[in-house]
Design a protein around this ligand. Structure first.
Ligand code: SF4
Length: 559
């Protein structure tokens, strides 16, 4: 690859584009406002220094983003580069430029994935926006997540194991054809030569069970052969063979030398449970009433009036990773990129006592999101005494209860999840004669309290007190706008379903989606398109709780 610096738009391309698009188009306006956006040097390390000259990677990066702006396939994007004047203008190409073959886009994506360079595309747009004063990182930011369905089709259990075995056989047939021809049993060619489909499996339960066991036995025999002394050593390291091994460990076991299917209760936890033969990184998950197989994406965006709300961070995880595990990750990434906000608005799922403290201590930013109410039978009873009703002297390590009794029975411990806690106990002798005991404890052994470390306890207490105030509610209203961002990603860029197999490629898809949404918003800002507001039905508008026009922002971003 021979990097070339950012080029001017050729004069003839400018002339024809201005004539054809007197009012401009997104691609033209963005080029005029932000310039070429990407240089070849930014992606030079993705290509070997020698070899066939590559199509300009800086331009390819812009094509990938425009592809997501318009929801184009690779063929359509390559065709747009060849045929559309506004694409040629944005890319700085001569009108006679023939573009490239559509397969170049897939190769370039592979290079971005291999070098983990997808964020460079998002960063390039944010840097250009920052230079034009369209990005204000030192303000508020908001984050939310949504589920992403896998690109791989859903399969029933029989297909899952049969297709995993077939995929391993195909890989082995390529890697060691002579060895496999000796090892494979004659029936395997009949059973696994063609794709397994549920419609071809028997309907009766007993026959399906028998077929499952037969597949289990075949897979076990293949794995034993792969790890036998006569097999080439490298076969065990092939990803499809490792996938087969894990799938078999999770689905079958041997009882007295016989292969048996594992009981579903004996399967591993969701975070490591393989559920798809085509994409080993897909996981099943459930959030509220949504169950899905795939991934999860976390979007962080700025939320300041008068400038576009731009996506400043994108993270993709497997579907089982809880939101709260990502709060510190998002902060670390924003800090690395120099885009830490002064306040971070998040959904309830991102908040717990630990991250409330770490956000302030490590990054000096307040984390604003609803914290869960205290969970105890006293809290559920309404007038019962919760931990917040006790006075804690942290230095003296003693606690005074609402009944006026003080205990020093205080000891550090660990919660079942392994986090540090403090156990406090009021002796049964203190509590039994207490006049307000029925509001406090039913235990004859006295009241027990489990406290978090001091900073976390106080942060949680303060957050619970604040979130009941009108000031906090008004401030937090701004978080609702992130739902519009997710809608925009789904409707405009196909965020809901992964285009590609695997976490790394899905992650690149989301980084490009973030970049595309940013271009759409910058263009909306340039054309003065007002931010859409949350649609409210005529009936919902009658609700006394519905905010009146002119109230706090609860709107969708521009689209
Ligand atoms: S029950 Fe025990 S801990 Fe509770 S208020 Fe009475 S004396 Fe205090």
């Amino acid at each position: 690859m021979q990097p070339s610096g950012p080029s001017e738009v050729p004069a003839e391309t400018v002339r024809v584009a201005r004539a054809a698009f007197p009012k401009g188009s997104l691609a033209i306006r963005v080029r005029d406002e932000l310039g070429p956006l990407f240089s070849d040097e930014e992606f030079a390390d993705l290509f070997p220094a020698r070899g066939k000259p590559a199509w300009s990677p800086g331009r390819l990066a812009l094509v990938l983003v425009l592809q997501f702006v318009e929801g184009l396939t690779d063929r359509q994007a390559a065709e747009a580069v060849r045929a559309r004047i506004d694409f040629k203008y944005a890319l700085g190409l001569e009108l006679s430029d023939p573009g490239f073959d559509f397969s170049v886009l897939s190769e370039f994506r592979d290079r971005l994935v291999e070098a983990d360079a997808g964020l460079r595309v998002l960063d390039g747009i944010l840097a250009a926006a920052g230079e034009k004063g369209l990005l204000k990182t030192a303000g508020r930011a908001r984050t939310d997540s949504t589920h992403v369905l896998t690109a791989a089709r859903d399969v029933v259990w029989l297909e899952r194991v049969a297709e995993t075995l077939r995929s391993a056989l195909n890989t082995l047939a390529q890697a060691a054809p002579d060895w496999l021809a000796e090892v494979a049993e004659p029936d395997w060619f009949k059973r696994y030569a063609a794709r397994a489909e549920d419609s071809r499996f028997p309907k009766a339960r007993t026959q399906r069970d028998e077929m499952g066991l037969r597949i289990g036995r075949d897979g076990t025999r293949l794995l034993q052969a792969v790890w036998s002394r006569t097999a080439p050593q490298e076969l065990g390291t092939l990803p499809q063979v490792e996938h087969l091994r894990q799938m078999w460990v999770q689905n079958f076991h041997q009882v007295e030398g016989e292969v048996r299917r594992r009981d579903p209760k004996d399967r591993p936890p969701g975070a490591i449970c393989l559920v798809n033969p085509y994409d080993p990184e897909v996981r099943n998950s459930v959030k509220r009433d949504v169950a899905w197989a795939g991934y999860k994406v976390h979007l962080t965006e700025t939320c300041e009036p008068d400038i576009p709300n731009l996506i400043t961070n994108v993270d993709t995880t497997d579907a089982t990773v809880p939101d709260v595990s990502m709060t510190e990750v998002v902060h670390a990434q924003l800090a690395r990129a120099g885009r830490l906000p002064t306040e971070h608005l998040v959904d309830a799922g991102y908040v717990d006592a630990h991250v409330l403290v770490s956000a302030r201590r490590q990054y000096g930013i307040p984390l604003t999101g609803p914290v869960a109410a205290a969970i105890s039978h006293q809290a559920a009873a309404g007038d019962g005494f919760t931990a917040d009703d006790f006075t804690i002297d942290w230095e003296a390590e003693q606690v005074t209860c609402p009944g006026g009794k003080t205990t020093t029975c205080w000891g550090p411990d660990r919660s079942p999840e392994g986090t540090p806690v403090i156990r406090v106990r009021f002796a049964g002798g203190l509590c039994r004669p207490c006049a307000v005991r029925e509001r406090c404890t039913t235990s004859k052994l006295g009241r027990r309290l489990t406290l978090r470390p001091r900073q976390e306890h106080e942060a949680l207490r303060q957050a619970r007190a604040e979130q009941d105030t009108d000031t906090w509610k008004t401030r937090y209203n701004t978080h609702a706008g992130v739902e519009g961002t997710i809608s925009q990603g789904i409707n405009r860029c196909g965020l809901r379903r992964s285009r590609y197999l695997g976490l790394a490629k899905t992650s690149l898809q989301h980084q490009l989606t973030g970049a595309a949404i940013n271009l759409v918003r910058i263009d909306a800002h340039l054309t003065g398109t007002p931010r859409a507001r949350t649609r409210t039905s005529h009936f919902a508008a009658l609700s006394p709780a519905e905010p009146k026009p002119g109230g706090a922002e609860k709107g969708l971003p521009p689209n």
